[in-house]
Design a binder for this molecule. Structure first.
Ligand SMILES: Cc1cn([C@H]2C[C@H](O)[C@@H](COP(=O)(O)OP(=O)(O)O[C@H]3O[C@@H](C)C(=O)[C@@H](O)[C@H]3O)O2)c(=O)[nH]c1=O
Length: 184
């Protein structure tokens, strides 16, 4: 298993060890003991499976406010995605900074995004499936949505504004700069 802390060190990129044999391969996608050893002291209560049908679909940026903030362990099980996490933890030295990683069915990589981050992704292939474990339950009222290409954040997405496909909710989301209360 390869464990890499990103430029925001609480965000961790994990590549499980893969066991290959003539039948195919095997790898663990979550092991409480091993993940706790690397600093992911989380209890997961909900698993999500998201299917996107084309390239250039953007989901995000989303979070849930405290006390419903969710940590997420994200992986891509079909196709490729470009995954983004934005630090919105009050008082954090890296507040407003973001990290990205390419997750794919091929590279098996997982991104651990702790509570207190916005999350979003863009599909890089025609068809992508994303599965993620969450540390808290979905709560529509606690959800906050921020514009994916917020000028203030300056995230370099792999898709243009014209080509990006978004939900109505994500299209109408406010800019990061417009939000004054980040009590997540
Ligand atoms: C996220 C979620 C949505 N839903 C419902 C609400 C809605 O009717 C439908 C689609 O929801 P959304 O449009 O919010 O789905 P989506 O845009 O895929 O939202 C997700 O985006 C990524 C980036 C995340 O990080 C997730 O936490 C989640 O916010 O599914 C649930 O029932 N449970 C859930 O956990």
């Amino acid at each position: 298993m390869n464990v890499q802390r990103l430029s925001i060190p609480d965000v961790i990129l994990i590549t499980p060890h893969q066991y290959d044999d003539p039948r195919g391969c095997f790898f663990e996608t979550y092991n409480q003991h091993r993940y706790r050893e690397m600093g992911i002291d989380a209890t997961f209560v909900q698993d999500n499976h998201s299917i996107s049908h084309s390239k250039g679909i953007v989901r995000g940026l989303h979070c849930q406010l405290a006390p419903y903030a969710q940590g997420k362990l994200v992986r891509c099980t079909h196709g490729r995605i470009w995954d983004v996490a934005v630090d919105i933890r009050p008082g954090s030295a890296t507040f407003g900074q973001w990290v990205t990683s390419e997750l794919s069915a091929q590279n098996r990589a997982q991104l651990w995004i702790p509570p207190g981050f916005l999350h979003g992704f863009c599909t890089l292939t025609d068809g992508a499936e994303v599965q993620y474990k969450c540390t808290d339950f979905y709560n529509r009222d606690a959800e906050r949505v921020i514009r994916w290409n917020s000028q203030k954040l300056g995230i370099t997405w792999p898709v243009s504004e014209q080509d990006a496909l978004l939900s109505d909710k994500d299209q109408q989301a406010p800019d990061f700069a417009a939000v004054k209360d980040w009590s997540v």
